[in-house]
Ligand binder design. Structure first.
Ligand SMILES: Cc1ncc(C[n+]2csc(CCOP(=O)(O)OP(=O)(O)O)c2C)c(N)n1
Ligand SMILES: [Mg+2]
Length: 321
């Protein structure tokens, strides 16, 4: 892929994620059309985009609740995601859940579950399964910095390192876990500091620079795919919203929002594209308009999708033979 094509993809998926989430949080939620909770990754889009663009089709991804672009990049349409939030039959879970608790094994995305870090040992298990099956896939395990203080995280990481499993552990360090700042929930300055305790390479990257995330992910994935074991990548960023749509984040000092707002991954990358000659202002404007249209169509598709038929309630609960 040429540098210009890669840049275009990066901008397209970051903008698409921003637009779908803005529509959910700032419009549909306020119109009462969203059934469940709303957690967005505003300001963090470079992380799911820069990582998931590296994944091969046979890789298995375990996104967390601020990683919507993982779904978009793997081919889950905005319409299905919007229908998910509206509790419709066309949603990823067919109306059984109504926020980011979704996965799609057709796209090798394992569902998010609410208990934080509970999927980390599962990700290690998926990597072990890939090894038993003789496949050379890599598992992408996503989580926030707060989740790295849970026991499940340590058990999963320990198992993966002892077994030298092909897992890339991807931390979005947005500096808050709900209202708890990093310094109140762990004694290390960085999540990457946890790597050496497990004899695991760990790297810190600017999580608001999509190409830096992309390059670091390539290094991590190459290391894991070659059979060296897991790799920890800490992407430093900032949560540019409350924890969820109902939280105004009064506990976050205002100057932090101002400071990090200047590092917005999308506006920053647009400037880089122009400076590097990867695109023109007209192309950027067209991309933005196309994203807007695509999300309009997604909302229309989701709104015409019915609520699930109660007769299907038990579908997918029990395995039928
Ligand atoms: C075991 C567990 N404890 C608490 C919660 C409630 N909860 C959901 S998200 C969240 C904050 C998580 O912080 P972090 O891991 O840093 O991820 P972020 O939301 O910042 O992306 C909390 C406390 C939960 N879902 N699971
Ligand atoms: Mg956090």
């Amino acid at each position: 892929m040429s540098a210009a094509d890669l840049a275009h993809n990066c901008l397209y998926y970051m903008s698409l994620m921003r637009e779908v989430e803005d529509r959910i949080e700032r419009k549909l939620y306020r119109q009462g059309k969203i059934v469940g909770g709303v957690y967005v990754g505003r300001g963090q889009e470079a992380i799911p985009v820069g990582t998931a663009l590296v994944a091969e089709p046979g890789d298995v991804l375990f996104p967390s609740h601020r990683d919507m672009a993982v779904f978009l990049i793997r081919g889950v349409t905005p319409g299905r995601i919007l229908a998910q939030y509206m509790g419709r039959a066309g949603g990823v879970t067919g109306g059984r859940d109504a926020n980011m608790h979704m996965g799609d094994l057709n796209h090798n995305i394992v569902s998010i579950i609410s208990a934080l870090a509970a999927t980390v040992p599962v990700a290690a298990g998926a990597a072990l399964a890939l090894r038993y099956q003789g496949k050379n896939g890599v598992v992408f395990s996503y989580f926030g910095e707060g989740s790295t203080s849970r026991g499940d995280w340590h058990e999963g990481v320990n198992f993966a390192t002892v077994q030298k499993l092909p897992v890339v552990f991807l931390c979005n360090n947005n500096q808050y876990a709900y209202s708890t700042p990093l310094s109140l929930q762990m004694a290390c300055a960085n999540v990457a500091d946890r790597g050496p305790a497990y004899n695991m390479p760990a790297e810190i990257v600017d999580g608001n620079d999509v190409l830096a995330v992309y390059e670091a992910t390539r290094r991590a994935v190459e290391y894991a795919r070659a059979g060296n074991g897991p790799y920890l990548l800490e992407c430093k960023t900032f949560r540019m919203t409350g924890h969820s749509a109902h939280d105004a984040a009064h506990y976050v000092p205002k100057d932090l929002f101002e400071e990090w707002g200047k590092l917005d991954p999308i506006t920053r990358f647009e400037a880089r594209m122009l400076a590097e000659g990867w695109g023109t202002q007209t192309e950027i404007d067209e991309l933005r308009a196309a994203v807007h249209r695509e999300v309009d169509e997604g909302v229309a598709w989701a709104e015409q999708s019915p609520y699930p038929d109660p007769a299907t309630l038990l579908d997918g609960v029990y395995e039928s033979s």
